[in-house]
Design a protein around this ligand. Sequence first.
Ligand code: PHE
Length: 367
Amino acid sequence: MYQVPKLTDFSPAALDKAVTELTSALEQECAKACSEPEWKALRDRWMARKNGILTQVNDLWLKAAPAEAKREVGRRVNELRAHVENDVVAAQERMAGRSGSDRLAAERVDITLPGITRPIGARHPVLQALDDVVKVFKSMGYSVEEGPEVETDYYNFEALNFPPNHPARDTQDTIFLAGQDKKPARDRLLLRTHTSPVQIRSMQKYPPPVRVVCPGKVHRHDTPDASHSPLFHQVEGLAVDTNITFCDLKGTLDHAMKALFGSSVKTRFYPSFFPFTEPSADVQISCPFCGGKGCRTCKQSGWIELLGCGMVDPNVFDFVRDNGYDPGKISGFAFGMGADRVAMLRYGIDDIQLLFQGDVRFLEQFA
Ligand code: PHE
């Protein structure tokens, strides 16, 4: 630790040396002060009136100087005083981060360090499938509509011709929101079990003709396994105009399946039931993996079920009759497709759970 020496030699050379030693000690000590208490100790050591270094310099150098050297020593001591005061204040500013240049020094960027890489994300395989399905229908003149995932009983069931207490409701394994017993049945909220409520919402919004596809999330109270998930995705389709027939439905879906899975894929329609379509059908496509010969994916049947569809039931049009949907004048078809199934078939994924576990090692394969 620096100590103020007693001077005996007052020649300019000796004074220079003493001043240099003092200022270099000052600079080192100032640089070391990093905290408030350290800075206070520094200030007292150098500037305290009683026995601070400046006081000692005054006593040991100026007062001790012979008369002929007093002028020169006095000048240097004054310079030193200014120097010390300046450096001690600067040390405080640096410590408090107030000095612009010091702050810059602290924040200086080392451009030789490797940068922070921000990996570019990719679309999830289910979103890719949804987008691809939507694209196929857009090219046929359909537009895109979306609806809420938390739906009312009215849109999810009643207006789709599921009467209250009808057993067809049971097939939907609905997740209801709790605490709504006081509301009228049709206003009670649930997580939509299919995208079909967007059919009604679209027909309320637009008079005929309409052609819409409605992609989105749906929920059912299903136990998760390799082919079931309480959350999954559908794309709904609806076309209403004068003279829409079952032929239009078949042709449209056959084209869409070929666009999605390849032109050699065949479609097969067979009777089914949905309350909101009459007649209704389930649609199978020939297995894109084995070409219909039978393999593990199609469970040796050669066919894979992909969607439900049918001609819009006149009872459904009755709910939107006021907006121009007179079942005597117009007709339409609707379909609903599982987008997760589409993704799984396209990428050969055998467990639906993989889609929702968020494992990057899995997801990164689709980037
Ligand atoms: N909403 C039906 C389901 O989820 C599918 C469907 C949509 C059937 C449109 C016919 C017409 O099972």
